[in-house]
Each structure stands twice: as structure tokens, then as C-alpha cells.
Design a binder for this molecule. Structure first.
Ligand SMILES: C[S@@+](CC[C@H](N)C(=O)[O-])C[C@H]1O[C@@H](n2cnc3c(N)ncnc32)[C@H](O)[C@@H]1O
Length: 447
């Protein structure tokens, strides 16, 4: 948490109470976004800042709580303790002075569960007193050291034996705020100059990406309301760039199969004049595609439908290009959604991989010969990336990886190392992603 995001509006005790509610809800399977949407408006920014911090250090907080109180307290008291312990972490950089945090957590307990106040006081004061030894012991426990569930770490270790530790640490970093400059209106370099004139520091590139030195409210971005710029990570920007690189002829018939909230739909339309159909299964999320396109002055046909069931919506006209940004674990964007690792279950990955395979197989026949399909996920897990595509190529004899432009495959969200790009490529400070461009081979003879 930075000074800019540190909540100041309401008493800390009130925000700690809401943060405890958020931790309870996430542990019960509700996403932080949904929890925060239900939080009273005046408490939302503050609770968000505290809850994001708590999600990043929840593993350490759990290990510490268990060592101080072996018998699990009632869920809401436990959540308050976990939130407070996470906020007394990491050692050397907690966002509040110990005495402030402890007093406010006790006050939160007194407001909501008065009988537990002295217990909360005793646990937190003991942590502060014995911090050095308790922290050292917590760091010896993988949950305390890495702040990810055991199954997640195991999968990361198996998929990325040389990089898993750096990935797990990078997951707790604060992500950059990156913009996509509307290619119809400006360039990254010109927009960086406009930002500089507005007192906002940023660097241009690659492509239409502009990375801000510090996050700012979108209302402060010059021309945001007028559609000159959107917020989108640089790794996500590679999807539309790859698909449009061929290039796509004016009027090309394009499908964005999992479109909401419309970041990549809009990017495609900024890059080319397309006859684009954007579909998403979720009507509420699909409405956000329309909002995005309206702000940017772009046009597409939007449809609420199941992309895996073309007979229900396809008119029989083949697509020149298809973008499949498939539902996935979101394991590449843990920095932006720190709750995701605690929400997912180990069994989810196989279920998601089956959904992705079903979408790929259902959409492939809709692609014209020599057409291109861009498959991407914001996942680091190979089952949702390279293994998924290897199996697809085995199933579909007329599918080949496009030779040009080269597909990046897995991009890892490691600290910036653009100078030396080892394989697999690191996406620098950008999100983790998997991107592959697949071409339909006209000459393939079906057996
Ligand atoms: C990763 S998000 C897409 C993000 C979007 N492409 C963007 O750039 O803003 C995945 C989307 O797939 C949608 N989805 C999941 N299963 C689907 C299906 N069977 N058919 C259509 N959409 C689906 C979800 O509702 C979700 O909005």
C-alpha cells in the first residue's frame, strides 16, 4: 500500500471490520470484486486497499494465527485477526504503526463482537512482542513464505521449475497501470507528451502501450472520456496486435468469442475496419462491451450467447479471423486480483481446460480456410496454454501454428528483464499470458 492509496476517510476500525467481512467472503468462495461491490460506497476505496493487502499476505497471516492460536476462532473473529496480522506484515514494511493497528483492530472487535475484544488484543500484542521468532517460523512454512495454496505452488513448480519462486514473489508485487492509446487517434509517444504536460510521468511502448510511473484515476487522463485511451495491460494488448498483424482486410468478418468487458474487441476495431461480432455468455458483462465501444466511438454487433454452441447463433458465414480469449484460472494476473489464488480449487484447472478445449473445437469449423484464430488466456498454467494447444493441434489436422508473426506462447509476469529475454519470454513488468496464433491450412486433406 502506498501513501496515495492508504485509506484516510473513515476510522481504521470501521475499515478493518469491512476487511474482515471481505476475508470471510473470499474464504467462502466470493470474489473480492463482488464483495467490494456490496460494501458501503464511502468505505469501498479504503476497504479495497486493506483487503488487497490482506489477500497478498493471507498465507503468512494464517500460519502466524495458527502458531499463536492453534484452535481456530469463530470465522468472523478469525477473519479480523487474519486481516490485522496481514497488515502487520511484511516485516519491515507494514502500512501502519503497530500500536495504531492493534488499537484499531481491538476497537473493530469491540464494535462488532465485544466479547472477543480482549482475545484479539492479547493475540495481536503477543505477535508484536514475539514478532521476530514468529515471523522466522512462518517463513519456514511454504504457505507463510510464498502466500499461495500448496496445490497452486505445486503446479507452478511443475510447470516452471526454474521460475516458480520468482513468479510467486512477483504475484505479490503491485502491477503497473498501463494504457492503450487509440491507434485511430494518436500514438504512444504523442500521448506520453500529453501526459507530461498534465504532470503525469509515463513511458511509451511497445506498440500503443503507455506505462504510467504511478497509477492515477482515469478521470485525470487527458482525453479518456473522449476515447483517446483505455486501460489495458501491455501483455493483453498483444492479442489484437497478433491477430491484426496479417493484416486484416477492411470489412473482414471477425469473431470475438469471449468478448466482455471488451478490451480486445475495442483494440481490434482501433487497428482495422472490421465487420465484428462480439459475443459473451454473460449478458451483464456484455453490456460493458457496448459501453466501452460507445466511449471509443467504435462499432460491433454484440450478442449474448454460448460460444461453444454455434448452432444457437451462427449464420453460417465463415469468419476470416477469430479471437478466443478463453475463461481461465487468471493465474497470470494474481497481482491485479490477489484473491484469485484463494478462490480457485485444484480441481478447477481441469474443468477450465475442458471448457477451453470445447470452445476451441466448437469454433474451429467456423473459421474460413487460411483464416487465423488467436487463442489466449491470462494463465501461467501449461494445461491452459501450451498443453491445450498441443492437444488441439493433434485433434485438428488442418490447424498449424502461424509462422509469422511468431506466437509468444507463455509470457511470465517476472520483474523487468527486457534486455535478456530467456525462453520462455518474460513479459517484463506486464501480466502473465499465453498467446498462440493458429492458421487453417487450406491444403490439408481430411483422412
Ligand atoms: C477472459 S474474459 C474475456 C476478456 C475480454 N476478451 C477482454 O479483453 O476484455 C472471458 C470471458 O468469457 C466469457 N465466457 C465464458 N464462457 C463463455 C462461453 N461459453 N461463451 C461465451 N462467453 C463465455 C466470460 O463471461 C468472460 O467475460
Amino acid at each position: 500500500m502506498t501513501d496515495a492509496t492508504r485509506p484516510a476517510s473513515l476510522p481504521l476500525a470501521v475499515l478493518l471490520g469491512h476487511t474482515a467481512d471481505a476475508i470471510s467472503a473470499v474464504r467462502g468462495g466470493t470474489s473480492l470484486n463482488d464483495v467490494l461491490a456490496r460494501c458501503p460506497a464511502e468505505a469501498r476505496p479504503g476497504t479495497q486497499a486493506l483487503a488487497f493487502h490482506a489477500m497478498r499476505w493471507l498465507g503468512a497471516a494464517e500460519v502466524v494465527r495458527r502458531s499463536l492460536v492453534p484452535k481456530t476462532p469463530p470465522p468472523r473473529i478469525d477473519a479480523l485477526l487474519l486481516g490485522a496480522l496481514a497488515l502487520l506484515w511484511p516485516p519491515g514494511g507494514p502500512p501502519y504503526a503497530d500500536h495504531v493497528l492493534v488499537d484499531q483492530a481491538v476497537s473493530a472487535a469491540r464494535r462488532r463482537w465485544p466479547a472477543s475484544a480482549s482475545f484479539v488484543n492479547a493475540v495481536l500484542r503477543r505477535f508484536v512482542r514475539e514478532r521476530e521468532s514468529v515471523v522466522a517460523a512462518a517463513l519456514n512454512d511454504p504457505l507463510g513464505r510464498w502466500n499461495h495454496p500448496a496445490w497452486w505452488l505445486e503446479r507452478l513448480r511443475r510447470d516452471w521449475p526454474g521460475e516458480w519462486e520468482a513468479i510467486a514473489d512477483a504475484d505479490n508485487a503491485h502491477p503497473p497501470m498501463t494504457l492503450r492509446v487509440n491507434a485511430r487517434r494518436s500514438t504512444a509517444a504523442a500521448y506520453v507528451a500529453r501526459l507530461a504536460a498534465a504532470g503525469i510521468e509515463a513511458e511509451a511502448g511497445p506498440g500503443h502501450a503507455v506505462r504510467l510511473s504511478r497509477p492515477v484515476a482515469v478521470a485525470r487522463l487527458p482525453g479518456f472520456a473522449e476515447g483517446e485511451v483505455s486501460v489495458q495491460d501491455a501483455a493483453a494488448q498483444r492479442a489484437a496486435e497478433l491477430l491484426a498483424a496479417a493484416p486484416l482486410a477492411p470489412g473482414a468478418h471477425v469473431l470475438d468469442a469471449c468478448a466482455a468487458p471488451g478490451g480486445k474487441t475495442a483494440h481490434l476495431l482501433e487497428l482495422a475496419d472490421l465487420d465484428l461480432l462480439a459475443i459473451d455468455r454473460d449478458p451483464a458483462r456484455l453490456a460493458r462491451v457496448d459501453e466501452t465501444l460507445a466511449r471509443l466511438g467504435l462499432r460491433a454487433r454484440t450478442l449474448a450467447a454460448d460460444a461453444a454452441d454455434p448452432p444457437a447463433w451462427w449464420d453460417g458465414r465463415h469468419f476470416d479471423a477469430i479471437l478466443l480469449d478463453a475463461p481461465c484460472s487468471a493465474s497470470g494476473i494474481v497481482r491485479r486480483h490477489p484473491d484469485v489464488r484463494w478462490l480457485r480449487r485444484a480441481s478447477d484447472i481441469a474443468v477450465l481446460a475442458r471448457t477451453q478445449a470445447r470452445l476451441l473445437d466448437a469454433l474451429w469449423p467456423l473459421l474460413a480456410p487460411e483464416g487465423r484464430l488467436l487463442y489466449c488466456t491470462c494463465s501461467l498454467f501449461r494445461a491452459e496454454g501450451q498443453e491445450q494447444i498441443d492437444a488441439f493441434l493433434q485433434r485438428q489436422g488442418d490447424a498449424v501454428i502461424a509462422a509469422s508473426p511468431p506466437s509468444p506462447g507463455h509470457l511470465l509476469p517476472l520483474p523487468d528483464n527486457r534486455q535478456a529475454r530467456p525462453a520462455p519470454a518474460s513479459s517484463g513488468a506486464d501480466d502473465g499470458f499465453f498467446l498462440t496464433l493458429i492458421e487453417k491450412n487450406r491444403d490439408h486433406k481430411h483422412p
